[in-house]
Design a protein around this ligand. Structure first.
Ligand SMILES: Nc1nc2c(ncn2[C@@H]2O[C@H](COP(=O)(O)OP(=O)(O)OP(=O)(O)O)[C@@H](O)[C@H]2O)c(=O)[nH]1
Ligand SMILES: [Mg+2]
Length: 283
């Protein structure tokens, strides 16, 4: 069989995590319309009759001087790129013009001696919205293949799947028994809760929070989860809780619904908000 590691890289918000989920066929990574959703290296396994491709989702390159996370996340991408990789899939968003972030990202991979594919995502949007498409297409010479597709609608994915398998060499199975990811339950639940926080708040809040699952108790008819939303400052804590606790309740409900659907079991989710000025140091 064939097997190998394929890294997904690109600016923040281009759709790397969405593409990972689509390639694997199930939701593994959390996604958001806000930048810097992904903060960790997340593996997603694609099994085909030919073999196994392990896709590695990475944080997106994002520039924000005020944000203490940024340098850490960029370092994580660099670390992944130092691992043994068989293929790089560079994801671009044709609705956004090529800027400093994009050039920084391209600079990180351009001279690596690893095959590279260029994916221009979001093809479901109108040509008017994809107004920078041709600028990205001009990069095709630096790549070993160009794909236009929609990760969100899962359209035109098959040609990419096939091309990826072409680049993998004979090897052995790395994830066995149908296991599709390196992510454990604690991390997965944290990411879903964080995704819901991202979906509700304005720009500033998402970068100022993280989620920690403290305990999971898997009882016969119900899974009891205790988790905390951690934030830097007291003023954010107030916003996240909301008037009469409305916001945190809404976050809890959204997360619970998705978790219940995914594991097909009733969930009791106890969610608190706490100020922790040092959470970034632990990311
Ligand atoms: N219209 C459209 N939107 C998409 C597509 N793929 C992703 N998106 C949206 O783009 C936004 C960003 O998607 P993500 O998958 O979280 O992007 P990312 O590159 O992983 O972002 P970071 O983790 O922050 O680096 C979300 O709102 C997605 O729904 C697509 O094919 N078409
Ligand atoms: Mg992501």
């Amino acid at each position: 069989m064939k097997s190998g590691f394929v890294v997904l890289v690109g600016r923040s918000n281009v759709g790397k995590s969405t593409l990972l989920n689509t390639l694997v066929g199930t939701k593994i990574a959390a996604t958001s319309f806000r930048a810097q959703m992904t903060r960790h290296e997340i593996h997603g396994v694609m099994n085909t009759p030919e073999g196994q491709a392990i896709f590695i989702d990475t944080p997106g390159v994002f520039k924000d001087r005020k944000n203490p996370l940024t340098a850490k996340l960029t370092n994580k991408v660099k670390n992944v790129l130092e691992q043994e990789l068989d293929l790089i899939v560079y994801v671009a968003d044709p609705t956004r013009e090529i800027g400093d972030e994009e050039r920084a990202m391209l600079g990180m991979v351009k001279y690596l001696d690893i095959p590279k594919l260029l994916v221009i995502n979001k093809s479901d949007l109108s040509p008017r919205e994809r107004k920078h498409q041709s600028d990205y297409e001009m990069w095709a010479d630096d790549f070993d293949g160009l794909f236009r597709l929609s990760a969100l609608r899962a359209s035109h994915i098959q040609p990419l799947r096939e091309k990826v398998m072409e680049f993998l060499e004979e090897g052995h199975e790395m994830y066995e028994n149908g296991q599709l990811t390196n992510v454990d339950n604690y991390f997965w639940i944290e990411e879903i809760i964080r995704e819901k926080v991202f979906s509700i708040f304005e720009k500033e809040i998402p970068y100022s929070i993280t989620v920690a699952v403290e305990n999971i108790e898997d009882k016969k008819d119900v899974m009891v989860i205790t988790a905390k939303v951690l934030t830097n400052e007291d003023r954010y804590k107030k916003i996240i809780i909301g008037q009469k606790g409305r916001k945190i309740k809404e976050i809890g409900q959204m997360a619970r619904k998705e978790l219940e659907q995914a594991i097909n079991k009733k969930i009791f989710l106890e969610l608190e908000v706490e100020v922790d000025k040092h959470w970034v140091e632990r990311v």
